[in-house]
Design a protein around this ligand. Structure first.
Ligand SMILES: *Cc1c(COP(=O)(O)O)cnc(C)c1O
Length: 399
């Protein structure tokens, strides 16, 4: 009989053969536009720290102060040993930021998705997901046991077809619909950088008596007035029942959140298993996130967003050259298709001192491999020009 390691080596060899093998690359510096890797300094276009807050003095000071006052660890689940003040301050700040009645934070955005969908949906319910939603939403939807339908990415006709089907497939009790129908989308999509048509989606779900959950992981902090996200920007925030996001991207810390009504948050405290059966995050993370939310809404936050918009415009102008392409956030995908080609493009960039991740299956579909470039407010116009020059040789090798 072969050992477990032999079985695993065989599986790893299969991944290598398909150019789908992944490995960790050690970094010896703080998050920022430059990374120390293997003794070299690389320009970093791989981070979701869009405003450069992860290394901001205000966030570091908030984290240090929380460690001094509340300790390094949190000891237990918030329902067991009492709920530390920094989490309550953070949740009040989040609810005010998003304009909702209440908020609940989780250890990560993934844990927020997992806890929320499994708490809200069961076998009598129906979940309708955009084809490109994040893996944590797909996993949560499967675990919930609800009936699952996928609509083509940002396709309102297909969403309506799925809503019609859900209306007819919903379980009735005494002539009334017993099933909940929940549509789930991202606002700015993580691997394509495009935006969901939230206004039209809100109108559609209301027409069919469904609810809407929007994951603003890549919009919170950078899109709209004070960085409140795309839902707020489009004026539909109060018609979206469940607003989700992460504290680990533009807000510079770590953790996940759900914003919504008081009954929604009370239900999650009672039913979200990833919240209940998990030790609370460290108080330093909550304090840093609160500082991140405050900064995002300040005039400094507005300046950082303006810098970020400029960098995105420079990259789109020099590399993508597609005037129809509107990038609402900070993600610029360069889709090369072939996995091997994408891996060698990333290696080529690294040789030129640029770190940009080759995104492959299963993060994106097979043969939709891409360089996923993310810009931050901490990049300079020079950094972007250097990236554009290096990309030119990859995208247009003959010119
Ligand atoms: C990163 C991400 C998450 C998960 O958030 P974490 O805090 O990293 O667990 C969820 N949804 C989307 C769209 C993301 O990009």
């Amino acid at each position: 009989m072969s050992s477990l390691d032999d079985v695993l080596k065989h599986r790893l060899a299969a991944l290598r053969e398909q150019n789908l093998f992944r490995e960790l690359r050690r970094v010896d510096s703080a998050p920022g536009p430059r990374l120390q890797m293997n003794g070299r300094s690389l320009l970093n276009f791989a981070s979701n720290d869009y405003l450069g807050l992860a290394s901001h003095p205000a966030l570091k000071a908030a984290a240090i102060a929380a460690v001094s006052e509340f300790g390094a660890g949190s000891g237990a689940s918030r329902l067991i040993s009492g709920s530390l003040a920094p989490f309550h301050q953070l949740e009040e700040a989040l609810a005010a930021f998003k304009g909702t009645a209440a908020a609940l934070t989780f250890a990560t955005g993934s844990a927020a998705a997992l806890g929320t969908l499994t708490a809200l949906a069961g076998k009598d319910d129906i979940l309708i997901l955009d084809k490109l939603v994040h893996a944590c939403i797909v996993d949560a939807a499967r675990l919930s046991g609800a009936k699952l339908r996928i609509f083509a990415h940002n396709d309102l006709d297909d969403l309506e077809a799925k809503l019609k089907w859900a209306d007819s497939a919903a379980t009735l009790e005494n002539g009334r619909r017993k099933s909940e129908i929940l549509v789930v989308t991202e606002s700015i999509f993580s691997m394509d950088g495009d935006a969901a048509p939230l206004r039209a989606m809100v109108a559609l779900k209301e027409r069919y008596g469904a609810r809407l959950m929007v994951d603003e992981a890549h919009a919170t902090g950078i899109v709209g007035r004070n960085g409140r996200g795309l839902a707020d920007h489009l004026g539909v925030s109060d018609r979206i029942e469940i607003q989700m996001g992460t504290l680990g991207k533009a807000l510079g810390a770590s953790g996940g959140y759900i914003c919504g009504s008081r009954p929604l948050i009370d239900l999650l405290v009672n039913r979200a298993r990833s919240f209940i059966f998990s030790t609370a995050p460290v108080p330093a993370a909550a304090a840093a996130a609160s500082a991140g939310i405050q900064l995002a809404q300040s005039s400094e936050g507005e300046t950082l967003r303006e810098q970020l918009r400029q960098r995105v415009a420079e990259l789109v102008k020099s590399v993508i050259r597609d005037p129809s392409l509107t990038i609402a956030g900070a993600i610029v995908p360069v889709i090369l298709g072939d996995e091997t080609k994408t891996l060698s493009a990333a290696a080529n960039l690294r040789e030129q001192g640029i770190f940009a991740p080759a995104i492959r299956y299963p993060t994106v579909a097979r043969s939709a491999a891409r360089l996923r470039l993310t810009l931050t407010a901490a990049h300079t116009a020079n950094d972007v020009a250097m990236l554009a020059r290096a990309l030119e040789a990859i995208i247009n090798p003959t010119s």
